[in-house]
Design a protein around this ligand. Structure first.
Ligand code: LLP
Length: 427
């Protein structure tokens, strides 16, 4: 993880020792590196520029669900990012962070009338529509507001993303998107509705993809469809390829973003040159994990060491409610002691205090640790805090962002009182 490194035997986020953060803000705490976020975003925006795509030619719409802290959104917005949202709540976050609604695209299979109304009233860039009933609802809501809703259809290209089944979304039996075979007919319906304006096409085939081949295959399918639509006089002005590029969790070797974008733009440019006299088409991306995943760790303290009959447990103060991914997907996260000890190691399961056997963060790790030591759970910047819960009446963790030698608190730790503040007793 760039920007998280050992200096004098102690793990730092940029120039700040994680021990200092634990003393100042307590544990568990999510720690993000600003430099890592900037660098990861620029891997997309620089590649777009390098291939001659300015603001009209490409837009990176950061996927808010991966990490929705308003400080993260504000930082990315300032770098020029747009936003991929999946709820009215995420739109309100983007606005609170100073993001531009004109750069917002709205994905998701179940948009409510209220959410459509909110998004239309802020003139978002595009609705990524996932079904015919959704088109009809959007048409009605737009009519009530006297507006035309810009839409793209999320087409299911039916390519195998070769990733975990829970996070693969482009196959036939997923709930997402419109089947490839039904796409033409669905576009015809969209084009016939008076308050719908067809502007684009999109797909998202899955997450944590290490290879870009499935993405390029999906683009081939979309290109074919765009040509078929053009022959029917339905013209799309942008192509949104979704997110999905993976990160290194356990020695994984994801494709470099710059290489992926170079291959993608070469394909698109060749197609436009052959069929559209070189008229460009705007390209949109919806990356989440590849921007924030390796920009954050979860800092936690060992409460007890417990020697069970068959296993050793390191019981830490972070739990499945803070980081759901291991319990939910058996996801692997690296674990590093903040201070390296010159002592004998043992094999531990790193577990939390929640009353579930599924409450584990890492299994069978070789560590030299003692009670009171700090551990960093690595690669926790994406789908960490955003998937956290209050199970067992545990307040959610604090979040801090490190910038060089400075640390900024970007979310306070929740208190128990916060957790039941909205509840009431019977009269
Ligand atoms: N666009 C759409 C429509 C999506 O559904 C997603 C993620 C993204 C973009 C961003 O994908 P990314 O670049 O982050 O791969 N909770 C799971 C991941 C779920 C991904 C959901 N969709 C995890 O912790 O691995």
């Amino acid at each position: 993880m760039p920007h998280f490194s050992y200096q004098h035997g102690e793990l730092h986020a940029e120039n700040v020792p994680l021990t200092q953060i634990a003393h100042q803000f307590g544990t568990p705490t999510y720690v993000y590196s600003k430099a890592a976020l900037v660098e990861n975003f620029r891997s997309y925006s620089d590649a777009c520029k390098k291939h001659g795509r300015g603001d009209d030619g490409a837009l990176v719409c950061y996927s808010v669900k991966s990490n929705s802290n308003i400080a993260v959104l504000n930082l990315l917005g300032k770098l020029g990012s747009g936003f991929d949202i999946v709820s009215g709540g995420e739109l309100l976050r983007v606005l609170a962070a100073g993001g531009s609604p004109r750069k917002v695209i709205f994905s998701g299979v179940g948009k409510s009338r209220e959410e459509m109304c909110l998004a239309l009233s802020h003139d978002i860039l595009c609705f990524n529509v996932e079904s015919i009933p959704e088109l009809h609802r959007l048409n009605e809501v737009a009519a009530e507001l006297g507006k035309k809703a810009p839409i793209s259809l999320r087409v299911n290209p039916n390519v195998d993303a070769k990733t975990h089944p829970y996070i693969s979304t482009g196959l036939k039996d997923n709930k997402f998107g419109v089947a490839y075979e039904d796409a033409l007919e669905t576009y015809r319906v969209a084009a016939s509705l008076p308050h719908i304006d067809v502007t684009g096409i999109d797909c998202h085939i899955g997450s944590q993809l290490l290879d870009d081949a499935p993405l390029l295959e999906a683009v081939d399918k979309l290109i074919e469809l765009i040509d078929t639509l053009a022959a029917e006089n339905i013209h799309v002005h942008h192509l949104d390829i979704g997110g999905g590029i993976g990160i290194d969790y356990d020695g994984d070797k994801p494709v470099a973003v710059g290489d992926y974008l170079a291959r993608l733009f070469a394909k698109i440019d060749a197609w436009r040159a052959a069929k559209y006299d070189g008229t460009p088409i705007k390209v949109l991306f919806e990356p989440g994990r590849s921007i924030v995943g390796n920009a954050g760790v979860l800092l936690t303290e060992v409460q007890f060491i417990k020697h069970g009959e068959t296993k050793n447990f390191a019981i830490v103060d972070a739990a499945m409610n803070d980081l759901m991914r291991p319990a939910m997907y058996e996801a692997w996260h690296g674990v590093q002691p903040v201070k390296q000890r010159d002592a004998a190691t043992a094999i531990y399961d790193v577990v939390g205090p929640v009353c579930e056997s599924g409450d584990w963060l890492a299994r069978a790790r070789e560590l030299a640790i003692e009670q009171g030591d700090l551990l960093a759970i690595l690669s926790a910047g994406a789908y960490g805090m955003t998937m956290s819960s209050n199970y067992n009446t545990r307040g959610r963790a604090a979040e801090v962002m490190v910038d060089g030698a400075q640390v900024h608190l970007i979310r306070q730790r929740e208190s128990a009182a916060d957790l039941f503040a909205l509840e009431s007793l019977l009269p």
